[in-house]
Design a protein around this ligand. Structure first.
Ligand SMILES: [Zn+2]
Length: 324
């Protein structure tokens, strides 16, 4: 293939006017080999054509194998995966794509164990792919919540070490924000693992997760007292003295927290360590916020799109925690 044919292939919309598969059958048709996957990533990464990161030349690159591109002006070698979450991977792109497809189309997602079994990779590779996709999922959740937003904390966990209760059982505190829709229903969510429920933890979370000017619904906890100083309107939902359970006053957070707990127990068999909880919260958030998406294929494309614009993740990031 010469360069211009190559560029034409890149721009071509592959299946029936859509550039994403709707079914597994279409997925298999669209991505039969490494070449097809690399081409797709290239289009997601440079939607208006290749631009050399070294000299800034916007011209069709010379093509080599496995997504390697050479700038016609300065001969700089680029690659569709370098500088993305797929950087330095030895796992075939077809395997990454297969994992991305299943992660985005399976109703409740997949555990690393399931990926290991169904894709025939090692557990380590399966786990690493899922962790990296979770990093890309964070990127997809940039837009802050707005309108009326419920905020409350809940405990998640914990993992029991050596089968004993109590010691070694780590419960993690998670603060959850949920858009409340009128007259009923919920919008998007955001959540964060926090070491304690002090204002120093709660207020920065709200500032990162919710646009200023929004109405924040909270209980009477003092940790939220400074919200008004940060431009939010705080509305305390006071419990009736008749002893209504807490969830009646915060139905969105209660509902999301119970879905989250069920997901961790069901899909991940509860095997989420506190050190990795935040990345699972990101996956849950990504899934929850797209629960009404009209096409899972679009969600698949969205994940890959984020995968190629998100910087590389090192082994240390994955093992010791990523700077969220
Ligand atoms: Zn160049």
């Amino acid at each position: 293939m010469n360069s211009s044919e190559d560029e034409a292939a890149i721009r071509r919309v592959p299946v029936a006017g859509r550039d994403y598969p709707r079914t597994y059958r279409e997925f298999v048709e669209m991505f039969p080999n490494e070449e097809a996957c690399a081409t797709y990533l290239r289009r997601l990464r440079w939607p208006s054509g290749f631009v050399c990161s070294e000299c800034g030349t916007a011209a069709a690159p010379w093509r080599q194998t496995r997504g390697r591109l050479v700038c016609p002006a300065c001969r700089h070698q680029a690659s569709v995966t370098v500088g993305t979450i797929l950087d330095k991977t030895r796992t075939p792109l077809t395997t990454w794509f297969e994992a991305a497809w299943h992660v985005t189309t399976a109703k409740n997602g997949l555990s690393a164990k399931t990926v290991e079994r169904s894709l025939g990779t090692s557990y380590r590779v399966a786990w690493t792919m899922l962790q990296r996709f979770r990093v890309a999922m964070v990127r997809a959740e940039r837009e802050r919540l707005s309108g009326e937003v419920e905020v409350d904390e809940t405990y998640i966990g914990g993992v029991e070490k050596g089968g004993k209760r109590g010691r070694g059982t780590a419960k993690s505190l998670v603060v959850i924000a949920v858009e409340a829709r009128q007259p009923k229903g919920f919008g998007r969510v955001r959540m964060r693992c926090i070491p304690d429920a002090s204002g120093d933890r709660l207020i920065p979370f709200v500032c990162d997760a919710v646009v200023p000017g929004a109405v924040i619904l909270t209980d009477g906890w003092g940790g939220y007292n400074d919200l008004t100083k940060h431009g939010y309107e705080r509305r305390k939902t006071v419990l009736a003295s008749s002893g209504d359970p807490a969830h009646v006053s915060m139905p969105g957070v209660h509902r999301v927290a119970s879905l989250l707990k069920r997901w961790i127990l069901g899909t991940h068999q509860g095997s989420v360590t506190p050190a990795h909880l935040q990345s699972y919260l990101e996956e849950f958030t990504f899934r929850f916020n797209r629960r009404t998406s009209r096409s899972r294929g679009l969600v698949f494309r969205r994940l890959l799109e984020q995968a190629v614009v998100t910087g590389p993740v090192t082994e240390a990031d994955v093992t010791h925690g990523y700077e969220w």
